[in-house]
Structure formats: C-alpha cells, structure tokens
Ligand binder design. Structure first.
Ligand SMILES: [Zn+2]
Ligand SMILES: [Zn+2]
Length: 108
C-alpha cells in the first residue's frame, strides 16, 4: 500500500482504536480514514458493554449461587416492606446473568 499524496510506502501504525497503515510523513489516507470511523464506532460500543458489566460486578459482592448459571456472586436488592407486611423481602440478583431470586427474611 502506498500514500495517496506522496506515493511513499505506508507503515503500520498503532492507535487506541486499532492498527492500520499510515504514511510516515503524516498524509491522511481518505480510504483508510473511512475505515477508521467504523473501527472507532465499534470500539465505543465495546466500551459501553464493559462499563455496564463492571457496574454489575461491583454490586455483586454477596455469596450466592445462581440457580440459572451457577455464578457465585450476587447483588443484594432490599425491597423493604413494599411487598410484605411482616418480613423484609430481599432479592439476589446474579452478577453474571442478572437472574433474580427472591429470599424472604433469611439474609445473613
Ligand atoms: Zn505521504
Ligand atoms: Zn446467573
């Protein structure tokens, strides 16, 4: 591959968005720039997914085996007395798959 501006040989360049061919003299490559946009959009989506799963894992600190996927950590959700007149109602939300299991008045 050669530079569209100066005809020089393009060299692989590493960026936060990925690796692609770039002119060592810094000329922009119109065709490659289009590709770069696609790469950065994909990267942004990936970043969002990571943020969401990190948020779940931070809250999922209680030892609880998920009945659906077997994951050992769950998030404790206290619903107070909204759904029960006597005991508080608790729910364990799996930190991995999000499965919610209801536990009544037996939270350690
Ligand atoms: Zn060039
Ligand atoms: Zn699970």
């Amino acid at each position: 591959m050669f530079c569209k501006t100066c005809g020089g040989l393009l060299l692989p360049k590493k960026t936060p968005y990925g690796k692609w061919m770039s002119c060592p003299k810094g000329h922009s490559q119109p065709e490659l720039n289009q590709e770069n946009n696609v790469i950065s959009i994909k990267n942004n989506e990936l970043g969002k997914v990571i943020t969401v799963s990190d948020g779940k894992n931070v809250l999922a600190v209680h030892d609880h085996s998920c009945k659906r996927c077997g994951h050992g950590k769950a998030e404790l959700v206290d619903l107070g007395s909204f759904y029960s007149d006597e005991d508080s109602v608790y729910k364990m939300k799996c930190g991995k798959c999000g499965f919610v299991e209801q536990l009544e008045g037996k939270v350690k």
